[in-house]
Design a protein around this ligand. Structure first.
Ligand code: 6PG
Length: 476
């Protein structure tokens, strides 16, 4: 029997969709699931694709069905289950075989898994996959981390299944060990920021301007035809237009305002903080989800303080919809600039040589944050590869100059109206602080020196590094 080009373990929603995608693109695939009934069920529902699929009931049978060196995708819940599955597989594998974790793993776990296999005949790929169920089935964005040799073994299959942007596949090898999962983590951090900023603009329209869900849907629909064109804006339009089948009122009005999170957004912020890279808009988005979860506390606080009157108004002569659109665009630039800055630092720290234009390229289609905006980021980083930050590239500095005034007007009006806009405001203050040649940290340095004799550098370069308050001058 012809051997499979690749194997896949874990036939839950993401795994089965990915397996069907692999089969549909003409690759033979062996599949295995812990519960064999699931394998039968999957195989029976595969229709014409059955001829590309080898359903296996035992690990031995499964491993035997794949052409060596065997790439095996493990698509199960992130965490300990992955280690258990790897341990169960290990004794069955041979020289050069590659275990591929395609879940949303923490890249530090990926590095540890990679290292554990270092002196063995096996190797490991940490593969970030974005695009949800639909992406897995018809074309996800794929971020690969591992050795170059292992990438070469899987390149053809992954290229065949990845989303395409103008014919270019949205998959790339990004570096060693945890590079792929790290980039996926930052993708998710940006995803959180994008979603939160959209939510804040929705809040202004709903609470500050009294618009209905269907009116707001139309506004997002028109923005989707402009510079904000993206998957998240597109689904926002659709979500806002949807009706609850039970009450026949807008679906969004019936959904509880408590957001979940599985951890990847939080990891991106933790890593940014670990490396000392400001990612304030992403941090604000993660914190906003946590705050949203405190529903009963928020309700109790509203009883004490009352709700704000939310009377949102922009200065006379402003074009409201245009300003909101531009404000969202400016804030989005801030969030992406932060995400890319975190990746640039991680690349140095972990020795990955992360290719920024390539990352922007493979996010242009397939993933949750896909947009034409990412094509502009690709071009900006290609034209200015050594730029310290996205916002100082020639292309983006022009966009920032054009859009930040609107972000300032919108944020100021929202703050005066008592409308919470933490991600928009963080993006704005990030910009303001980033372009401030002389900030206020001189005072912090003085305070640190006052209470702890920490010393400071001087603007005049002279060799006196303590203030006239004496070392440790604090009195208690
Ligand atoms: C993707 C998404 C996906 C993520 C969900 C849920 O790129 O396809 O990022 O991987 O798991 O969006 O994430 P939260 O539950 O943390 O919102």
């Amino acid at each position: 029997m012809e051997k499979a080009e690749i194997g896949l373990i874990g036939l839950a929603v993401m795994g089965s969709n990915l397996a069907l995608n692999i089969a549909e693109k003409g690759n033979k695939i062996a599949v295995f699931n812990r519960t064999p009934e699931k394998t039968d069920e999957f195989y029976e529902s595969a229709g014409d694709l059955k001829k590309q699929i080898i359903p296996c009931k035992t690990i031995d049978e499964f491993v035997e069905a794949i052409r060596p060196p065997r790439p095996i995708i493990i698509m199960i819940k992130a965490g300990e289950a992955v280690d258990q599955q790897m341990e169960a597989l290990r004794p069955h594998l041979g020289d050069g075989d590659i275990m591929i974790d395609a879940g949303n793993a923490n890249f530090r776990d990926t590095i540890a898994r990679f290292d554990r296999l270092k002196d063995s005949k096996l190797t490991f790929i940490g593969m970030g996959v974005s695009g949800g169920e639909e992406g897995a089935r018809h074309g996800p964005s794929i971020m690969v981390g591992g050795t170059e040799d292992s990438w070469k073994r899987v390149e053809k299959v992954l290229t065949s299944i990845a989303a395409k942007y103008n014919g270019e596949p949205c998959v790339a090898w990004l570096g060693n060990d945890g590079a792929g999962h790290f980039v996926k983590t930052i993708h998710n951090g940006i995803e959180y920021a994008d979603m939160q900023m959209i939510g804040e603009i929705y809040g202004i329209l709903r609470d500050g301007l009294g618009k209905s869900a269907s009116e707001i849907s139309k506004i997002f629909g028109s923005w989707n035809k402009g510079r904000l064109n993206s998957y998240l804006i597109e689904i926002t339009e659709k979500v806002l237009a949807a009706e609850d089948p039970v009450t026949k009122t807008p679906m969004v009005d019936i959904i509880l305002d408590k957001a979940g999170q599985k951890g990847t957004g939080k990891w991106s912020v933790i890593e940014a903080q670990n490396m000392g890279i400001p990612a304030t808009a992403i941090e604000a988005a993660v914190a906003a989800r946590s705050l949203s979860a405190l529903k009963s506390e928020r309700e109790a606080a509203q009883k004490i303080f009352g709700a704000s009157d939310y009377s949102f108004s922009l200065p006379d002569g402003s074009n409201l919809e245009k300003d909101l659109e531009l404000a969202l665009f400016a804030a989005k630039i801030g969030a992406y600039a932060q995400g890319f800055a975190v990746m640039a630092e991680a690349s140095r720290e972990f020795g990955w040589s992360l290719p920024m234009p390539v990352i922007a390229k493979i996010w242009r289609a397939g993933c949750i944050i896909r947009s034409q905006f990412l094509d502009e980021i690709t071009k900006a980083f290609t034209d200015a590869p050594d730029a310290a930050n996205l916002i100082v590239t020639p292309a983006f500095s022009a966009m920032v100059k054009e859009s930040v005034p609107a972000l300032r007007r919108v944020t100021a009006a929202a703050l005066s109206a008592g409308l919470p806009v933490p991600a928009l405001a963080s993006a704005l203050t990030y910009f303001d602080a980033y372009r401030q040649g002389r900030g206020t940290a001189n005072l912090i340095q003085a305070q640190r020196d006052f209470f702890g004799a920490h010393g400071f550098d001087r603007v005049d370069g002279k060799d006196f590094h303590h203030g006239p308050w004496g070392s440790g001058a604090a009195t208690f």
